[in-house]
Design a protein. Sequence first.
Length: 95
Amino acid sequence: MGAEQGLFDPETGQNTAIGRIKSDFTVLSRNTDGRIEPSKAARPYIKGIAPLYRWTFSNGREIVATAEHRVLDCNGCWVSLYEAFRYKVELVYDG
């Protein structure tokens, strides 16, 4: 994901750009029962240099990420953004 991409922190109620996160933080994630709950996440790390794309979903939300960035589909499988858009995969969305 791009450094400018915002992540929502349920503890603070704020969106923070990934490039500004300097320590571990909290995100919303799915537990093994499929429910959404706060979860601790490690500080973002620099993965390397790769092309970034702005992906716009059918609901108008956007994400800036590489084509290989993984997202969860409605069947509980992780797919790349490239696969999700190419094959019109339905993704999990809460928000």
